[in-house]
Design a protein around this ligand. Structure first.
Ligand code: ATP
Ligand code: MG
Length: 397
């Protein structure tokens, strides 16, 4: 499913330009990694004041479907990637007529659509050994009437554009589904059975244009209010068998897609120990931020290597790690509307603390402002620093 231009393009050499669609924090950290290797980075993003724009060597301030801007990006860059999974697939396809684009429009468009994504997971189950949650497409009231009782209670999710738990409603009854569907402004949804989760994990994999693939250690994720709260690697609940199964599934899925670049796959581990595939992100992922401080090759450096058709890097983890997401809520003391800066000096005094802030001026509740990764010789020590940071920052650990 690649959109390769017909002619062969050699590996990119540092000092040439790499392009990114999207100007968020993932693009910013991508730019840092690419620049560290000597590349120059161009970002295409409609908002002038954006995290990646401040880091990029060039910001093309334009809409994601602006044909002239896309052509300019393709002109300037030897290869182009995306940091934002909702970039229209047609824009990636247009870029791919001129330049190497990784991941391809075809792969990104599967991940953009929960129905396509679940169809892909189901079709690939023989190879991957994992299935998605039981589900049904809800495009009309007739679909709601036809829901099998076994799908309830469930979660109604919009098929497109959901993230951080947005575009999701938990439903117990058919009436709940009807009310939730009516509240979604007529967009097509998918109803998923609510599964008894024991815990959640994600697996980052990367694949080169030559078909070689690598897989990072499995990460255990805790969400709060639908937003990733922590990622712990090695995860305290993860068994060797579960890790092996999830990693094998990720490698099977990335191969089946013919994907080039970094791909993150989220899984549920159920109370009976079984593994269910949830969704995939066609890009570096929040749960992979720990790789910056804890692995030989970060997920962003890996993305650079894959899109530049350079050899993939070592995925080995050298330090146990806990990643804590920093949300805008921390800028506001309980009940106060007056923003203040969190006590970074105290957090940075903790052993193994690495602070990453995304350069966003406007702290808002629920907005991802940065993350802190605690690395140590043992996971217990990393967790100790994490708990101490929570106490400093006023977060219930
Ligand atoms: P992301 O921020 O990862 O893009 P998202 O908004 O796309 O998230 P999901 O990953 O589908 O949404 O769901 C968010 C969270 O809701 C999951 O991490 C999980 O905790 C819970 N969840 C989602 N689907 C189910 C399910 N079928 N059964 C139980 N819990 C679920
Ligand atoms: Mg998710």
């Amino acid at each position: 499913m690649s959109d390769k231009p017909a002619s062969f393009i050699p590996a990119a050499t540092p000092a040439t330009w790499l392009g990114v669609m999207g100007g968020g924090q993932l693009g910013r950290m991508f730019a840092h990694a690419a620049q560290a290797m000597g590349f120059k980075v161009a970002v295409l993003e409609p908002a002038r004041d954006c995290p990646a724009g401040h880091a990029a060597d060039h910001l093309l301030c334009a809409g994601y479907t602006d044909a002239a801007a896309l052509d300019e990006l393709a002109e300037q860059c030897v290869a182009i990637t995306t940091e934002f999974e909702n970039v229209p697939a047609q824009s990636l396809a247009r870029l791919a007529q001129k330049r190497f684009v990784a991941p391809s429009a075809a792969c990104v468009s599967i991940a953009q659509d929960r129905i396509e994504e679940k169809r892909f997971f189901t079709e690939a189950a023989a190879a991957s050994g994992v299935l998605p949650a039981p589900n049904q497409t809800i495009a009309s009231h007739a679909d709601i009437d036809a829901i099998p009782d076994a799908l309830l209670p469930g979660i109604l999710k919009t098929v497109r554009l959901g993230y951080d738990g947005k575009g999701q409603v938990r439903v117990k009854t058919r009436e709940d589904v009807r009310a939730a569907f009516d509240g979604m402004q007529g967009v097509t949804c998918i109803l998923e059975k609510m599964l008894p989760l024991a815990y959640e994990v994600s697996v980052l994999a990367a694949r080169g244009d030559d078909g070689k693939a690598v897989v990072y250690p499995i990460a255990e994720n805790v969400h709060r209010d639908g937003i990733l709260f922590t990622t712990t690697v090695p995860g305290p609940n993860v068994s060797a068998e579960c890790a092996h199964k999830a990693q094998a599934a990720a490698l099977a899925l990335i191969a089946k897609l013919g994907y080039v670049g970094v791909l993150c796959i989220e899984f549920f581990v159920l109370q009976d120990g079984s593994l269910v595939v949830n969704e995939m992100a066609p890009r570096p992922h929040n749960s992979g931020h720990y790789t910056i401080d804890a692995c030989i090759t970060s997920q962003f450096a890996q993305q650079v290597r894959a899109m530049a058709r350079l050899p993939l890097g070592d995925v080995r983890q050298h330090s146990p790690a806990v990643m804590l997401n920093i949300l805008g809520d921390l800028w506001f003391e309980n009940g106060s509307e007056q923003a203040r800066e969190p006590a970074w000096d105290k957090v940075l005094a903790l052993p193994g603390a690495n602070l990453h802030l995304y350069g966003k001026d406007d702290a808002r509740r629920g907005r991802k402002m940065g993350h802190v990764t605690f690395v140590a010789t043992t996971i217990q020590q990393a967790q100790d620093s994490f708990r101490a940071a929570c106490a400093i920052l006023g977060i219930a650990a």
